[in-house]
Each structure stands twice: as structure tokens, then as C-alpha cells.
Design a binder for this molecule. Structure first.
Ligand SMILES: Nc1ncnc2c1ncn2[C@@H]1O[C@H](COP(=O)(O)OP(=O)(O)OP(=O)(O)O)[C@@H](O)[C@H]1O
Ligand SMILES: [Mg+2]
Length: 243
């Protein structure tokens, strides 16, 4: 099957630091792919390059058959790629509903339609009863949910989740995992998740890609990746030891 997203030898340099080094990967329609690796491995940088917030210094990124390598974020969003931010970026003074309306306005200029879509997504993300609250007053778990609702309001075919489940309590994490599964199953969205919590990312992902110092060091089924000696050395060993 043709890839929905393909990244071909993408590199991104910050001064002397190569944050992504010839990273190649493909995501098929309908997949949930986990993107893991130590702090500073280049996961967020790769999301930034895919979504047009940064442009890679080398390589090529193709979404649904179209090259998007040097395309602007709003155009990439219009093609059907949405993301959440590792550090939540809700518009704090706006209400929860208004935040999601902003996402919906990427698809329609009619405010009534945008409000209706935003209402549906608040229902879907179980935020309906917080709709009139200023976004700044939400708990972290609800802020992360709001980020997801706003991203979904742009009607993505590919959703990139950057630590959308980190920092949550176990109960909140379980609810967030259920939400991600529903986005995949009920909305048919292809998903790439960056997450440090292995108990979350491994059962959720069909396939896992591992970055270390900007380089893709492994890729495969979760049960194989956790046994990969290089991955254990670079990342999993250190995480086990930290527990
Ligand atoms: N805008 C920037 N300017 C300079 N350096 C940057 C910039 N963004 C990221 N970096 C550096 O690039 C490297 C990769 O960072 P990145 O945020 O992509 O890592 P990450 O895998 O998302 O890490 P984490 O798990 O901590 O979120 C790091 O060394 C980081 O300090
Ligand atoms: Mg990051």
C-alpha cells in the first residue's frame, strides 16, 4: 500500500548539532506508529519538519503523494496533517469551545459550521461540560485533550501526538489511551505518537520507530524493538534503571 507519509533522508541542523540525520521512514494509512527515543533524540524536531514549522536542511517529505518539504504549516494542515504540542499551547484566555473553533476554521470560513464541528469534537473528547471555561483553567489532562480536540477540528488524516499522554495520572493516562484508540477506530485517522511511557506506547503502536542522537536506530513490531540490543543500550535500559 502506498505510504500516507514518507520521510526520505531528512536532516535538520541547529548550528553544530544534527537534530535529525538522514531520517527515513514511512507511515501507511491506518497505522498507529510509535516514535520513541531519549530526550533530545530529535522526535519533536521531526514533527516540526513534517508539519512545516521548520524546514529540513536536506531530504524530502511526502504526504499523500505530494511533496511538502518546504511547504508552509497552514498548507500542510489543509492537506490533512495535524499535531499537538509537547508543551500545551491552548489559547488560555479563550474558552475551550473557542479554541476548538479556531481549529475548525481551518476547514470552513462559516462560523456556524465551525461551532457545530467544535461542539461535536468536545463531545467526542468528553470536554463538552468544560466548553465555556477559559482554557487556562483546565487541568493538564484536559488541556492535552483540548489540544487533541483542536487538532481534530482541522479534519486530519494524519495526527502527530507529541507526548499527549505524559505527566498524567494512571487513570488519566488510561483515558487518554482510550481516546487515541477511538480517534483511530471511529474517525479513521492515522496516528504517530511520541511518548516516553513504554507501558502506553508499546501496546498502542502497531509499529515502533526509535531515534537516538537524530538517527533512526531501529524500527519494527513493539515486541521486537524492546528486545533490540541497541535500543536497550540507547534508551530502554536507562529507563528501566530510572524506575
Ligand atoms: N529550535 C532549536 N534550536 C536549537 N536547538 C534545538 C531546537 N530545537 C531542538 N533543538 C535541539 O535539537 C535536539 C533534538 O531536540 P528535540 O526537541 O527534537 O528532541 P526530542 O526527541 O523531542 O526530546 P524530548 O524527548 O526531550 O522532547 C536537542 O539537542 C535540542 O536541544
Ligand atoms: Mg520532544
Amino acid at each position: 500500500m502506498a505510504a500516507l507519509l514518507s520521510v526520505d533522508a531528512a536532516s535538520k541542523r541547529f548550528g553544530g548539532l544534527l537534530a535529525n540525520r538522514d531520517v527515513s521512514l514511512a507511515i501507511a494509512p491506518g497505522e498507529i506508529v510509535g516514535l520513541i527515543g531519549p530526550n533530545g533524540a530529535g522526535k519533536t524536531t521531526l514533527f516540526n519538519c513534517i508539519t512545516g514549522y521548520m524546514h529540513p536542511d536536506g531530504g524530502r517529505i511526502v504526504f499523500d503523494g505530494r511533496e511538502i518539504t518546504n511547504t508552509r504549516p497552514e498548507s500542510i494542515c489543509a492537506l490533512g496533517v495535524a499535531r499537538t504540542w509537547q508543551v500545551v499551547r491552548a489559547f488560555g484566555r479563550m474558552t475551550v469551545l473557542e479554541n476548538v473553533v479556531c481549529g475548525a476554521l481551518a476547514r470552513t470560513s462559516r462560523i456556524g459550521q465551525a461551532r457545530a464541528r467544535a461542539g461535536e469534537l468536545l463531545e467526542f473528547t468528553e470536554l463538552r461540560d468544560r466548553g465555556d471555561a477559559p482554557a487556562a483553567t483546565l487541568t493538564l489532562a484536559d488541556k492535552k485533550r483540548l489540544e487533541i480536540a483542536r487538532a481534530l477540528a482541522t479534519r486530519p488524516r494524519l495526527l502527530l501526538l507529541d507526548e499527549a499522554m505524559s505527566g498524567l495520572t494512571p487513570l488519566e493516562t488510561a483515558a487518554a489511551v482510550r481516546l487515541v484508540r477511538r480517534i483511530h477506530q471511529e474517525l479513521g485517522v492515522t496516528i504517530c505518537v511520541v511518548e516516553h511511557v513504554m507501558e502506553v506506547v508499546m501496546p498502542l503502536s502497531h509499529r515502533v520507530i526509535v531515534l537516538d542522537y537524530g538517527v533512526k536506530i531501529a524500527e519494527g513490531a513493539p515486541q521486537d524493538v524492546v528486545r533490540d540490543a541497541q535500543v536497550i543500550r540507547a534508551y530502554l535500559g536507562e529507563r528501566r534503571a530510572a524506575r
